[in-house]
Design a protein around this ligand. Structure first.
Ligand code: HEC
Length: 103
């Protein structure tokens, strides 16, 4: 019983991790770079290696239409509204896992 639980937890984590990567490679890479290493449109910060909580916080704020830091909030709002809370978590974890880009 315990073993089954453990294995399914492992599996769930693995699926979650690959989901985050999928979302990133489908939606986010276009503007933020394939390893999140670019400043989007030359205005946003480089988000690679950011703490997942911070990314989720920003995504939720964009989704609600409250965040517009450099005049492109709507661009992020369009993307964020397509994501559920779980998907935000997953993609944020993936971005965190990329680590800070090497200069
Ligand atoms: C069409 C281009 C585009 C796409 C696609 C896009 N972004 Fe963005 N992103 C931007 C721009 C432009 C900003 C700055 C918005 C503003 O004015 O606040 C930004 C800002 C952000 C920020 C905050 C950065 C900061 O400087 O505070 C995060 C986090 C972020 N994006 C994550 C994502 C994630 C995750 C995805 C995929 C689900 C994504 N973005 C997809 C263009 C994009």
């Amino acid at each position: 019983m315990k073993k089954t639980l453990f294995v399914s937890l492992l599996l769930a984590t693995a699926i979650w991790a690959s989901e985050g990567k999928d979302i990133f490679n489908k939606i986010c890479y276009v503007c933020h770079g394939d390893h999140a290493q670019k400043s989007s449109l030359g205005v946003s910060k480089v988000i690679a290696g950011w703490k997942a909580e911070k990314i989720v916080e920003k995504l939720k704020a964009y989704k609600s239409g409250k965040l517009n830091q450099y005049g492109f909030g709507n661009m992020m709002r369009n993307r964020a509204t397509k994501l559920t809370d779980e998907e935000m978590e997953a993609v944020a974890k993936y971005i965190e896992s990329l680590g800070k880009p090497k200069k």
